[in-house]
Design a protein around this ligand. Structure first.
Ligand code: ANZ
Ligand code: ZN
Length: 850
């Protein structure tokens, strides 16, 4: 009998699988397809436990589906453009490409150690020219479709380094991560994708995504933020033009006591009077650097000033003052709002602080408008003080008032979305170049297909200062216009990396095509992704952008489906045991702490002990290679599956890892000590032992199949494996074919979870084909039928013993079996039975006289 040597067999089989090409995607459409996809990683250079959990989940599903008879696509790639590579270049002088590819090599090796059944022939890296050629080609599809355009937009501007900063490069105090300068908002020409054209479709189709977590759908719906209301125009006193507002409460329009413009609104300088000029200028200066978040924070007092201008409420002819205020955003609605302090909480606060009048136009049923409001009345009610609309219900009034405004020509119904167009340009080097050329005569000219890809030049100076790196490369920028041949200039912006990841899942279907991004035949065959697995942090942007891309490409006839991901699983975080000194707020490495008596080694303070997401700064991480080195990857995989349901956080626990290792050792012993040659033929009916073992086998098949199909209960599936292994250990029929069935079934059911040990054991059982190419076992329902049950016999509520009785016996029969049993006879002999309590399928309790 041999010992379980994880390292040896894992290495052996990984090599064998690679040589035999077992993980290659089938080319023939002879079986139903299944596309199992993990969100591809950023090549940071290091695989962490979060990755391990993510990829193992997808791998278990992929392996299970293959055994169930599907042809499976299970690919992997690299989300390889982005800032960290550029920062490494700035800090350490390594070219971004070199840094990135080195990390990819390293992480690919680490991934391969996990025994993932990935088709590496379809690997993509978004930074490679044969990938980004098609990212550029797709960009031109958007441009051609009128879905990509340029406009001025506010960006984070570092006035010292003279460069644009990504949001992540601005710290919580609004300062640049590099120079420490206070970041300004500056208007620069930027590229946008018109995602707003798809707002309604993106919202509506959420309803069709049955396989998505509700939470994610709600987050997307809120992000799209649909509001139904009205667009109303207020004439400006003494001017020809009007102020347009968007309101969700047209029913309150008679209660307007002022209008507010966003400070950046083009009408602000126009309506500002001479007396208010300095006040307005001062206010503008004050809010210049503030982010949208700061401006709209709920708890913060609203700030604003009078412009001196006045507008007219077209409904009642009243003159109202025009203000500017920080809480009104230029980018939302029309960038102007009507102030109704009586019925809006924010307006009520603002008006009270500014001493602006408050006018009630809605009252609760049977109340009059004279009562002084202590706070805004935001509920529906009866309309008052509103001319011909008085007396009707405020909900009804909404439509009536919009209709009236339409007739009079100063308003109409309007649907507004919070979603804004997607700002896709970056003034960065390590990204996909935007393939257009600017010509003085021809304007913006797309780079012809034959000139794609526009490659990133290699020799570039990266300092993090002085604007876009590409803008400094004279040789690269200056080109002939593809239209007229005159001297023209290349676009120097690169694309947001979210564009790269918005279509990679399509590329996997035809990853090595050099003529087009993918053929219709292949993309329509494999898509949509049947199971997508990744982090909840991508609930909004990545998933929304991918849905948008899919819809645009569908509308352009490049594919024939309109949702990319059928089912989505957002896995929980991996948390590590964390020690923190509550006095100093310092995290202490676990190696320095006695787990049973956790004290700070320096100060001797008692430490707080808790679980938190693993991270370097908290010294609570467990390195995958350490666990693999100690127990093997099969144990790590088993633990990751067993410890928590996939969507919940997982608390790393060494004892439980050890437990899974012991379990695999038990399976090893059980299977290797089984002798197939000793198995006898069955001549008679199955005996009791065989029957109960068969029941255990088919219960395991049934439960595990369900656990891997519905809500992915990998944790209970592993428990079922343990139950089956216990049943085999206890069985007293080692030479029966049923025992052989049990041993083989255990190995087959284990295969998706612990692929290496399963393969080794399968071959030790004398099979020459891979365990991963076996059919998943079918449940034999007849084996599940329970023929006998164990009945508990109690006297006065105390258990005295058990008897075997036929399953399905009724109450009368159960009472009879119990009464006649030796146990009952012994205890009730000579006593008067006053009552018999029967719990079907469980117990019989005799109540006797004392
Ligand atoms: C008058 C009013 C009266 C409003 C009332 C609300 C309650 P949602 O639902 O988020 O779309 N608003 C409109 N544009 C704005 C902007 N650019 N910046 C800040 N606020 C803006 O919100 C729509 C409501 O938010 C609009 O309805 C408007 O205030 C405000 F009792 O108009 B309301
Ligand atoms: Zn030209």
């Amino acid at each position: 009998e041999s010992r379980y040597n994880a390292a040896e067999i894992e290495q052996k089989w990984q090599q064998q699988w690679q040589e035999s090409g077992i993980d290659k995607t089938p080319e023939h459409k002879d079986k139903p397809k299944f596309y199992a996809l993990s969100m591809f990683p950023y090549p940071s250079g290091n695989l962490h436990m979060g990755h391990v959990r993510n990829y193992v989940i997808t791998d278990v599903i992929a392996r299970f589906k293959r055994m169930q008879g599907y042809r499976v696509l299970h690919p992997m790639g690299w989300d390889a453009f982005g800032l960290p590579a550029e920062n490494a270049a700035i800090d350490r002088g390594i070219p971004p490409a070199k840094w990135t590819y080195k990390n990819i090599e390293q992480m690919r090796d680490q991934l391969k150690q996990l025994g993932l059944s990935i088709d590496w022939e379809r690997e993509v890296a978004t930074c490679s020219p044969d990938y980004y050629k098609w990212t550029q080609w797709l960009f031109l599809q958007f441009l051609d479709g009128g879905l990509a355009y340029q406009k001025e937009a506010a960006v984070n501007w570092d006035p010292i380094d003279q460069t644009v900063l990504a949001n992540e490069q601005v710290d919580s105090e609004g300062k640049s991560w590099r120079s420490g300068a206070v970041v300004e908002r500056k208007l620069l020409k930027q590229w946008f994708f018109k995602i707003t054209d798809y707002a309604e479709k993106l919202l509506q189709d959420l309803d069709r995504l049955d396989g998505w977590p509700e939470r994610v759908k709600t987050m997307q719906a809120n992000w799209i933020g649909k509001s139904v209301g009205a667009y109303l125009e207020f004439p400006i006193v003494g001017r020809e033009d009007k102020i347009a507002v968007f309101t969700t409460r047209p029913d309150t329009v008679y209660g307007v006591t002022y209008l507010v413009l966003a400070p950046e609104h083009p009408l602000t300088p126009e309506v500002t009077t001479a007396e208010q000029k300095s006040g307005v200028a001062e206010f503008m200066e004050k809010i210049k650097g503030q982010s949208e978040m700061e401006r709209t924070a709920e708890d913060k007092p609203k700030q604003g000033v009078l412009t001196g201008g006045k507008a007219i409420n077209p409904f009642n002819g009243e003159e109202v003052p025009i203000l500017i205020a920080d809480y009104v955003l230029y980018e939302y609605g029309t960038g102007a709002v009507m102030g109704v302090p009586a019925h809006d909480t924010r307006d009520f606060k603002f008006a009270t602080e500014k001493g602006l009048p408050i006018k009630t136009v809605i009252v609760p049923e049977e109340q009059n408008a004279d009562t002084q409001l202590k706070q805004a009345y935001v509920e529906p009610g009866t309309i008052v003080n509103s001319g011909e609309f008085d007396g009707i219900n405020s909900v009804e009034a909404k439509t009536k008032i919009i209709e009236y405004a339409e007739q009079q020509g100063y308003g109409k119904a309007r649907v507004q979305y919070r979603l804004r167009d997607w700002l896709i340009s970056r003034q960065r080097y390590w990204g996909c170049p935007i393939p257009v050329i600017h010509c003085d005569d021809c304007g913006t000219v797309p780079v012809p297909d034959t000139d794609l890809p526009v490659e990133l030049p290699e020799s570039v100076e990266l300092s993090g200062r002085g604007g876009s790196p590409l803008a400094q490369l004279e040789d690269w920028i200056n080109v002939d216009c593809p239209c007229c041949g005159k001297a023209a200039k290349r676009e120097t912006d690169t694309m947001d990396t979210f564009i790269d990841s918005s279509w990679y899942y399509l590329r996997y279907s035809d990853a090595n095509n050099t003529d087009i991004p993918f053929t219709q035949d292949k993309v329509n065959d494999w898509m949509p992704v049947d199971q997508y697995v990744g982090g909840i942090e991508h609930a909004i942007l990545h998933l929304l952008y991918s849905r948008f891309f899919t819809k645009v490409l569908r509308d352009r006839g490049l594919l024939n489906f309109d949702e990319p991901f059928k089912r989505l699983l957002t896995q929980g975080m991996v948390q590590g045991l964390t020690y923190k000194n509550p006095q100093t707020n310092k995290y202490i490495p676990s190696a320095d702490v006695d787990r049973n008596n956790p004290l700070d080694p320096e100060t001797k303070d008692r430490l707080d002990v808790f679980y938190e997401k693993m991270s370097k700064s908290k010294y609570n991480g467990v390195a995958p290679e350490d666990v693999i080195g100690q127990y093997g990857v099969d144990t790590a995989r088993m633990f990751a599956m067993f410890k928590a349901p996939p969507e919940k956080d997982l608390e790393w626990d060494d004892a439980d890892v050890e437990g899974q290792y012991r379990f695999l050792n038990r399976v090893w012993t059980l299977v290797t000590s089984f002798d197939p040659a000793a198995v006898k033929e069955i001549t008679e009916d199955l005996n009791k032992d065989e029957k109960s073992l068969r029941r255990a086998i088919h219960t395991a098949i049934k439960e595990i199949t369900e656990d891997l199909t519905g809500d992915y209960q990998f944790n209970t599936a592993v428990s079922e494996l343990m139950k089956l292994s216990n049943a085999l250990k206890d069985a007293k029929c080692e030479t029966s074919p049923v025992y052989q069935e049990g041993i083989e079934t255990l190995v087959l059911l284990l295969a998706p979870f612990a692929p290496h040990i399963a393969e080794e054991l399968w071959s030790s059982l004398g099979h020459s084909e891979s365990v991963h190419q076996q059919q998943w076992r079918e449940v034999d329902e007849s084996a599940l039928v329970v023929e006998e049950i164990t009945l508990v016999v109690q006297i006065m509520g105390k258990t005295r013993g058990t008897i075997q009785v036929p399953a399905g016996s009724d109450k009368v029969a159960l009472e009879k079996f119990a009464t006649e049993s030796d146990i009952a006879q012994k205890y009730i002999e000579g006593k008067e039975v006053k009552k018999v309590i029967v719990v079907p399928n469980k117990l019989v309790n005799f109540v006797v006289a004392k």
